[in-house]
Design a protein around this ligand. Structure first.
Ligand code: S3P
Length: 191
C-alpha cells in the first residue's frame, strides 16, 4: 500500500544544518516566520527576546527602563551565546542583535548555521510594527519610541544584516507563509 504524506508532515532540514537564525529589523517577521519554519522542520523555536525575559523574569521594555539599553545588550549577548550551542534550533534574533561586533562574530563563526536576513523597506517595517503594537498580544518596542532615531538605526543596521547573512529574503510583499516557502527553497538549493 502506498501511503501519501500528509500536508502537515515534517520537511527534512538540509543535511548538516543544525541552526537557522533569522535576522532583520523590527517588523521583518522573524518571530512569525521562525515559528512556522520550526514547526515545518520539527525543530525548537526560540525568540531571543523571550529567552532574555524568561531568564530575567521581566519584560524587554522593563529591562530597558529599569536597567538601560547597555544592560539589555549584555544580556542579549550572553543569551545568544548559550542558544548557539543548541542543535535543531530556529532562532529569531532581536532587531538590534547584529549591532554588536561580538554578536556578529559569534554568529558568523557558528558552524552548521544558516543566517537568513528578512529584509523589507522602512515604511513597510514601520507599518507592521504599528499594527503589532495595537494587536491583542501587543509587542512593545522601546527602540521605536523615537521614530527618527529608529530610522537612523535601520540605515546603520542594514549593511550589518547583509554582512552576516548567508541568505537574504525580501519580505516586503510576502506573507509569513510565502516567506517560509522561499526560505525552505533557498536553504535546500544552497545546501
Ligand atoms: C530591538 C528589537 C526588539 C528587542 C528590543 C530592541 C532593536 O526585537 O530586541 O526591543 O534594537 O531593534 P524585535 O526585532 O524582535 O522587535
Amino acid at each position: 500500500m502506498i501511503s501519501l504524506p500528509s500536508s502537515r508532515s515534517l520537511i527534512p532540514a538540509p543535511a548538516r544544518l543544525q541552526r537557522i537564525v533569522l535576522t532583520g529589523f523590527m517588523g521583518s517577521g522573524k518571530t512569525s516566520v521562525g515559528t512556522l519554519l520550526a514547526a515545518q522542520l520539527g525543530w525548537r523555536f526560540a525568540d531571543l527576546d523571550r529567552e532574555i525575559e524568561q531568564r530575567e523574569g521581566r519584560s524587554v521594555p522593563l529591562i530597558f527602563s529599569q536597567s538601560g539599553e547597555p544592560h539589555f545588550r549584555q544580556l542579549e549577548s550572553l543569551v545568544l551565546a548559550s542558544l548557539l550551542a543548541e542543535q535543531r534550533l530556529v532562532l529569531a534574533l532581536g532587531g538590534g542583535t547584529p549591532e554588536h561586533s561580538g554578536n556578529r562574530l559569534l554568529l558568523t563563526h557558528s558552524a552548521h548555521t544558516a543566517i537568513v536576513y528578512l529584509s523589507a523597506d522602512y515604511a513597510t517595517l514601520l507599518h507592521r510594527c504599528r499594527l503589532q503594537s495595537t494587536a491583542p498580544a501587543a509587542v512593545a518596542r522601546p527602540v521605536l519610541n523615537d521614530p527618527a532615531i529608529a530610522e537612523q538605526r535601520f540605515h546603520l543596521r542594514r549593511p550589518l544584516y547583509e554582512h552576516i547573512a548567508t541568505h537574504t529574503v525580501d519580505t516586503t510583499a510576502l506573507t509569513p507563509e510565502a516567506a517560509l516557502a522561499v526560505i525552505l527553497n533557498a536553504l535546500h538549493t544552497t545546501a
